[in-house]
Design a protein around this ligand. Structure first.
Ligand code: NAP
Length: 272
């Protein structure tokens, strides 16, 4: 607890990411010292009930918590910051997960010297397999980054990058789970086309995705090496790979991720 009586964390915005972080933190360390601030009263009550944390308003959150984690949509961030400006001081640490919103914009709305850390998390945080990427604002010191990292480490892995790389990170790991869900969806459709029951096709593909992901993570091998190991001459895999290349799937993925990057840049400048 600090001299001003503040302790712990308030999560502001109890949507998908806010809940993912809340549930992960509680699984890791319990609910003590965590507050939730959500403008939708019904949703606030639901989260308070589900996780046993107090639902508070913004002024209360700032008065009681030292770390404020902003988990609202980028389009709602300016309204939130306008209200936070009056209740935050440089003794707080503000951690924002709003995609594409630069720390400079957050700092400009808060009292001078307020430490801000920008984070790009992702939804696998719900199952403790998140990938969170941190960047410091102008007043965030190593100890603030350590503190933000310790929070996010409760729900998965954490990396630090210069803020200039955050739009690329958003496009890769922030939106990334959706690309894998999309691929799995398409592969399950292929199983159905080939006459397999949907549930069986889904089981086969989800376990295959998980197995492939763990192999990539744990073997230390390049994905090309792992793919070549299942691509025998004249075999089934190379027949499939030829179709993927013929349909430009690699180029489509690169273009898709570039589009996500461009949209992240746009969102960052849009809502001034
Ligand atoms: N979803 C993802 O995969 C993902 C991944 C990485 C980063 N992010 C980032 O995480 C942030 C949250 O995304 P999300 O998908 O969790 O959004 P979401 O589900 O819409 O949740 C945002 C929540 O915040 C509430 N809210 C808005 N303004 C508020 C305020 N002033 N005070 C208190 N609560 C407020 C919203 O209420 P209403 O329902 O009334 O609007 C909503 O319940 C975004 O900035 C996004 O860029 C999301």
């Amino acid at each position: 607890m600090t001299a001003d009586g503040r302790r712990g964390l308030a999560i502001i915005g109890g949507g998908k990411i806010g809940e993912a972080l809340l549930s992960g933190l509680i699984r890791r360390g319990g609910a003590d010292g965590i507050l939730i601030c959500e403008r939708n009263a019904e949703r606030a009550a639901q989260l308070a009930d589900r996780y046993g944390v107090p639902a508070v308003d913004l002024a209360d959150a700032a008065a009681r918590a030292r770390v404020l984690l902003l988990a609202v949509k980028p389009q709602d961030i300016d309204t939130l910051l306008a209200r936070l400006g009056g209740v935050v001081d440089a003794g707080h640490l503000v951690v924002s997960v709003a995609a594409g919103v630069p720390t400079a914009r957050i700092e400009a709305a808060l009292p001078a010297g307020t430490p801000v850390v920008r984070v790009m998390p992702n939804t696998p945080a719900l199952v403790d397999q998140g990938m969170s990427v941190l960047s410091p604002g102008a007043h965030a010191e190593e100890r603030h980054l350590d503190e933000a990292e310790a929070l996010l480490a409760a729900v998965g892995q954490v990396r630090r990058v210069p803020e200039s790389q955050q739009d690329a990170v958003t496009a890769l790991s922030g939106s990334g789970p959706a690309y894998f869900f999309y691929l799995v969806e398409a592969m399950v459709d292929a199983g159905i086309l080939l006459g397999l029951p949907r549930a069986l096709a889904a089981d086969l593909i989800v376990q295959t995705a998980l197995g492939a992901a763990v192999m990539m993570r744990d073997s230390g091998e390049h994905p090309v090496v792992l793919r070549e190991a299942v691509t025998s001459p004249g075999g089934t895999t190379i027949a499939a790979i030829r179709e993927l290349e013929r349909h430009g799937v690699r180029a489509a993925l690169i273009a898709a991720i570039e589009a996500a990057h461009d949209r992240s840049v746009e969102l960052g400048s849009d809502t001034h």
